[in-house]
Each structure stands twice: as C-alpha cells, then as structure tokens.
Design a binder for this molecule. Structure first.
Ligand SMILES: [Zn+2]
Length: 166
C-alpha cells in the first residue's frame, strides 16, 4: 500500500509518533494525521432468474478476474446508492436492493490495502448488458458455472438463491 511521506496539506515531511494509541504519521505543523482506515466498497451480488451477473474486471486490483460489480462509495452517497450506481456503471442494468448480505474485510495487497466490503443481494431490473469503461465483459452465470473462488466467498447467499425465490 502506498504511504504518505509528506503532509498532503503543507507539503512538509511527516513525523512518526503515537497518536490515539497507535504509531501513526502526523504533520507537526497542521496536525494532519495519516490515519489508516479501510476503504468502504459497495458490492452487488446481482441476480436475475437464478443467474448471477458478473463482470470481468478491467482495472486492478484483480484485473481479468470475474467478480461482482463493486466500487468505492462516494461522499454523500448511501451504501445502497453506491451499490446500485456501480451496478449500472459497470453493466448497464438497473437493480433493486433485496437485502444486506454482510460486511467483510478484504485486503488488497496491490493498491488499496484494507477494504470494507458491504455486500448486497440485488435483483436485476431493466437495461441492456453493456460493459462499462472499467470492465472487460459482463454476463450472467448459471450458479453451476460460477468460479470457485466466487462460490467460496458468497457460499451462503448462493445457496439461498438456489433454494428460494430470490
Ligand atoms: Zn501539515
């Protein structure tokens, strides 16, 4: 993960010290503290007719992997709004939140460090599948054809989709 060496406000070198019980970098001039917090990401397990909509990621992290539509929640946005916006940007379809699946921690060693993934089950409503700028492909998978790593992460909700009228 990338580190600040200079204060992003005053551009002077940061110092290391104890701040609120942890070693952190801080600015001796303006009191900026380089807190390390997980970045909040909204993710859509998007489903239609028991098929799961995945995107082939076109940007790091995990470029080239099939994954659920997801992205960073913007300032002023609720997690639900961020989830549906990312779904639409990455796949071209709109959706409706069914429920919160859960909140999980994923560590991205490539760029972003810790991420807090807020995952929703989403019903796909309207629109034509049109992969967005940051994705290589978007398509619906039968549950039997889902990649194994994906099944491992969302095992419980996939079972639920299989068994219930979701
Ligand atoms: Zn400063």
């Amino acid at each position: 993960m990338k580190e600040y060496n200079y204060c992003p406000i005053c551009a002077i070198p940061l110092q290391m010290g104890m701040v609120e019980g942890r070693k952190r970098k801080y600015c001796p001039k303006c009191n900026f503290v380089d807190y390390k917090n997980p970045l909040p990401v909204a993710l859509a397990v998007a489903v239609k007719d028991k098929k799961v909509l995945l995107i082939k990621r076109g940007v790091p992290p995990v470029k080239g992997m099939w994954a659920s539509p997801s992205g960073f929640i913007e300032i002023g946005e609720t997690p639900e709004e961020g989830c549906l916006r990312e779904l639409e940007e990455e796949t071209g379809v709109s959706g409706e939140i069914v429920k919160l699946i859960g909140v999980l921690r994923i560590e991205d060693k490539e760029i972003y460090g810790d991420m807090l993934i807020i995952a929703y089950l989403v019903n796909v409503k309207d629109g034509e599948l049109t992969p967005g700028d940051e994705v290589e492909d978007a398509r619906f998978f039968d549950i039997a054809d889902l990649p194994e790593y994906y099944l491992n992460i969302f095992k419980d909700v996939i079972e639920e989709i299989q068994n219930e009228e979701v």
